[in-house]
Unconditional design. Structure first.
Length: 294
């Protein structure tokens, strides 16, 4: 009888301890969820305000109301019709796709050389490449403009796209770190079968590096899509303008159609949001794995 009583007491104590642990666990999760929700609202505040402003009638743009009355969906149509939106969208898309292709191709090849090939001065050259990240773009802006002008590349997309076919420090570093995490046995097995380094890069390394390549592609596409300084410098023909230049047409010294500007800005943001949502899995995986080895 005493043994049964002790077992019952132990069972009750175990159950109470388990309930306390569950309560603490759920309490911690609830607090974390509230904190994350608050941070999310804080981060999304500008986008929510843009959405609210884009749906306001003309007489409510300056008001601090969140819900417009009435909701004016026609602001989006007017925003598209106010500028050659379709033309600028095509220009920006083609420009961004070429930049993505160039960045992925050139940086992956250079990163493969630094990660998998052994040659004298490899680490020194890699250090020099990384040192170029310390040079601000503003310092090289005028020399590059003079160079492209002497090459008669202005106005065209050549100054905006050709430099991307020469690898940059940041993307090369990211891909090199990922490539170094790929076991050497794969490359050695391919070499035993008579494969060249180009074949190994294309058939072995690239298929195994989809997360890192997706990360580079997303960053590259976002940079080209949101680029404003480059197109302003090198594109003087209205037919070559990109969406970022088109957004400035809603602003003037006398008046700014804020509701149309916000509507157009949200439309310009939409492809980036869709791209990140579609490749979020690869992006997170690439960002997590990149940098482990080095």
């Amino acid at each position: 009888m005493a043994t049964q009583v002790r077992h019952a007491a132990v069972s009750k104590e175990f159950a109470a301890s388990r309930r306390r642990k569950l309560f603490v666990t759920w309490l911690g999760k609830g607090i974390a969820l509230l904190i994350l929700a608050g941070v999310s609202v804080f981060i999304l505040f500008p986008a929510l305000w843009m959405l609210s402003t884009s749906l306001k009638p003309d007489d409510q743009v300056a008001l601090t109301t969140w819900i417009p009355r009435p909701v004016v969906w026609s602001n989006y149509i007017k925003a598209i019709q106010s500028i050659p939106f379709a033309r600028y969208l095509l220009n920006t898309t083609l420009y961004a796709l070429v930049v993505v292709f160039a960045d992925v191709l050139s940086n992956s090849m250079v990163a493969y050389g630094f990660a998998k090939l052994r040659f004298p001065g490899r680490n020194l050259l890699f250090g020099v490449l990384l040192a170029t990240m310390m040079i601000p773009d503003m310092v090289t802006m005028i020399p590059k403009y003079i160079l492209f002008a002497k090459l008669h590349w202005i106005p065209s997309y050549l100054p905006l796209t050709v430099p991307h076919f020469f690898a940059g420090a940041l993307f090369t570093f990211l891909l090199r770190q990922f490539f170094m995490g790929i076991p050497e046995e794969y490359s050695e097995a391919a070499r035993i079968d008579g494969a060249s380094d180009l074949w190994i890069w294309a058939r072995v390394i690239i298929p195994l590096s989809k997360p890192a390549l997706a990360t580079v592609a997303i960053f590259s596409f976002e940079g080209a899509w949101n680029d404003y300084i480059g197109p302003v410098l090198y594109l003087s023909d209205n037919k070559l303008y990109t969406l970022q230049i088109g957004l400035t047409m809603f602003k003037s010294t006398s008046d700014t159609q804020w509701q149309h500007l916000m509507a157009a800005s949200l439309l310009v943001m939409l492809p980036i949001i869709i791209l990140f949502s579609a490749f979020q899995k690869y992006f997170v995986e690439g960002a997590t794995v990149t940098g482990i080895k080095g």
